[in-house]
Design a protein around this ligand. Sequence first.
Ligand code: TZP
Length: 218
Amino acid sequence: KSVLGCLNNQQKLKDCRLYLLVTESLCHHGSGPAIRESLAAGVGIVQIREKEMTDRQLLEHGKRAREWTRETGAILIMNDRPDLAVAIDADGVHVGQDELPVREVRQIVGPRHMIGVSTHNIEQARKAVLDGADYLGVGPTFPTTTKLFEAHEYAGLKFIQQVAAEITLPWFAIGGINEDNLEQTFQAGAQRVAVSSAICGHEQPGQITKKLLEQFPS
Ligand code: TZP
């Protein structure tokens, strides 16, 4: 487990309930407004998740996101790229099952960055915990078109229930979550949720963020 830059970040991770993955091509009015408006409305973690940008574009984009997240005190995560996470001074990096394993990511980013891992079944979740992940993504909870999954990777609410019963590390239910099925996600045991299209793809990212946050149990 990382020696998180400051204990403050570990506490922030626990307290954070709504995590936003931002992809430029999913955003109605560009990723800048989506990030700034959702941060102002209370998003606690922003992940930069871009598959089509050049490294230079990612660097500039990431640095801007770093400034905006600093203004609200939100956590900033870089998807998939430990090198860029360090270069933009993000708080952490997120990896999937096909990317570098936690141990190798840790060697690159050092002890101060948090590492998040995407998991699609309980074995992967248990392994990520043992490997020293700082938090887990758990899903897909519902069908989604934001990321392609093989049929056998579709996890569903049953996986959310399994993780809720067993995993004590902070974890975020993810995949197809929106204002209509958020309640079901909580009922399955999730306390934290990560979304992309529900906020990025909305005409008014700030308003939908507020609406989602209002649905969280107090
Ligand atoms: N990992 C699991 S589901 C998913 C990722 C990146 C996509 C989340 O996007 P959306 O639009 O909230 O379904």
